[in-house]
Design a protein around this ligand. Structure first.
Ligand SMILES: *Cc1c(COP(=O)(O)O)cnc(C)c1O
Length: 455
């Protein structure tokens, strides 16, 4: 029997709907609160920031939401993405485990982020929006939205976390190639940025600050909206196309995962691969272990508090209940920039609270080690963020070896690392450290959480 390496779905089998986990949950997620009144917000409260179609997806309880044809047409540029069986990695590890990876690095921007950038640009275009302001960490989201903006003729303005702006100049060049503008954050362009710079002129920035800047810009003009590349329900929804394809591809492989592994920054690529399998389980199908891997230097799921908090540092957003390190927490400048967010997606936090998923925190050097080991057998060089998922999957495979059992492990290889070569150079030069966050800063950030009576 020939040993299949790639499971490829025909374009005609690309999902026609996204999957909404909320429909199958035993308890609905807690409401989003207005920071002033502490009452649940309504769709109209979000209308200055997002087009109504995305707001309706944000609060939807429908199980399936149709993917509009113009979005599917662009998805076909790289979707369905391949599912690989990591046969060489299995051999190298000498494990009885069956390891599968869904490869999202085939998208134009090189990560899973265009899966939501394209529909977000589409719905904004439909609503007559001319300009979108956003933030980006490592530049994956900024470049994905720049790509989507180019296709729908929408101006894209990106605030990029300063430390990443310096570490990853090529991602900025990529954004500019697609016609977007990119400003290092904190910047002098907004009140939020100016107030941070006044306190610390060399501030490295954080996603929380960059979000404040983008929200401020979006609120200034009628024709400008804001977009977020992770965290929100509608973003997680769009990413489920990944897991839905993987379900069909594993069926081609006549297999089913015992374990699903993803890395978590804001939670979107993890939710994208895991939620369709969790849904199967919740509807009476096969149970699956779902493991979220986060960076030890920004450990919202494992060390954060499950509490109402702001999504940004300047406190311009509504309050959502999530695992959070506190909105003023600034993680150290480690290389997986996409994982440097103080909070976790409310929906991922909720399923964690329901006991449906596990979480582990890893230091960066072990993750780079795993990524290099992966590249030397599978060829693909993962993004530093994806290395966390690779580390998690390898550890699961080694556990199989120890226990002498064969389990199927599915991981989301959410992006390639071609624009992260400085990180690899630093790793090879021995310049990386397993930096920790500052305990005093974490305590301070947590003590600043808004006091909200538990809903
Ligand atoms: C943005 C990004 C992440 C982190 O975001 P999630 O919403 O947690 O997926 C992880 N990996 C890559 C490659 C990214 O671009």
């Amino acid at each position: 029997m020939s040993e299949t390496v790639k499971y490829l779905l025909d374009e005609s089998r690309m999902p026609k709907h996204w999957y909404n986990l909320v429909a199958d949950l035993p308890q609905p997620p807690p409401p989003v609160l207005h920071p002033g009144t502490l009452q649940p917000i309504g769709p109209d409260d979000l209308a200055p920031l997002f087009p109504m179609s995305l707001i309706m997806q944000e609060v939807s309880t429908e199980r399936e939401i149709e993917i509009p044809e113009p979005v599917r047409s662009i998805y076909r540029q790289w979707r369905p993405s391949p599912l690989y069986r990591a046969r060489r990695l299995e051999k190298a590890l000498d494990t009885p485990a069956r390891i599968y990876y869904k490869y999202e690095g085939v998208s134009p921007a090189g990560s899973h982020k265009p899966n939501t950038a394209v529909p977000q640009a589409f719905y904004n275009k439909e609503a007559g929006v001319k300009r979108i302001a956003t933030e980006t960490g490592a530049g994956q989201w900024g470049s994905s939205l720049a790509f989507a903006g180019a296709l729908f003729d929408i101006e894209v303005e990106v605030f990029m976390v300063r430390v990443s702006y310096q570490q990853k100049p090529y991602r900025r060049a990529l954004m500019e190639s697609w016609g977007a503008t990119c400003t290092p954050s904190p910047s002098e362009r907004t009140a939020a940025g100016r107030s941070i710079l006044a306190k610390r002129a060399d501030h490295p920035g954080s996603l929380g600050i960059a979000i404040s800047e983008a929200v401020e810009i979006a609120a200034q003009r009628e024709d400008t909206k804001y977009a977020l590349g992770s965290v929100l329900n509608h973003v997680l929804l769009h990413q489920t196309v990944v897991g839905l394809e993987a379900l069909a591809q594993l069926e081609m492989a006549d297999d089913y995962p015992d374990v699903v592994v993803g890395c978590t920054g804001g939670g979107s690529n993890f939710a994208g691969i895991a939620f369709p399998f969790l849904g199967e389980q919740l509807r009476g199908g096969r149970p699956v272990r779902v493991v979220a891997i986060e960076p030890a230097a920004c450990p919202s799921l494992t060390r954060g508090r499950y509490a109402y908090d702001f999504g940004d540092t300047a406190h311009l957003t509504p309050l959502t209940k999530m695992h959070t390190l506190g909105s003023t927490f600034t993680p150290p400048g480690f290389h997986a920039g996409g994982l440097r967010y103080h909070g976790m997606a409310p929906l991922v936090s909720h399923v964690s609270q329901l006991g449906l998923i596990e979480a582990r925190a890893y230091h960066q050097i072990g993750c780079f080690e795993a990524g290099v080991q992966f590249a030397r057998v599978e060829g693909i060089l993962p993004a530093p963020e994806a290395n966390h998922a690779v580390r998690g999957a390898i550890d699961e495979a080694l556990r199989c070896k120890q226990e002498g059992v064969s389990r199927a492990i599915l991981l989301n290889l959410c992006g390639h690392g071609h624009f992260d070569m400085q990180a690899y150079m630093d790793y090879f030069a021995g310049k990386l450290s397993d930096q920790n966050y500052d305990e005093a800063e974490l305590a301070m950030a947590l003590s600043g959480l808004p006091s909200v009576a538990e809903a």
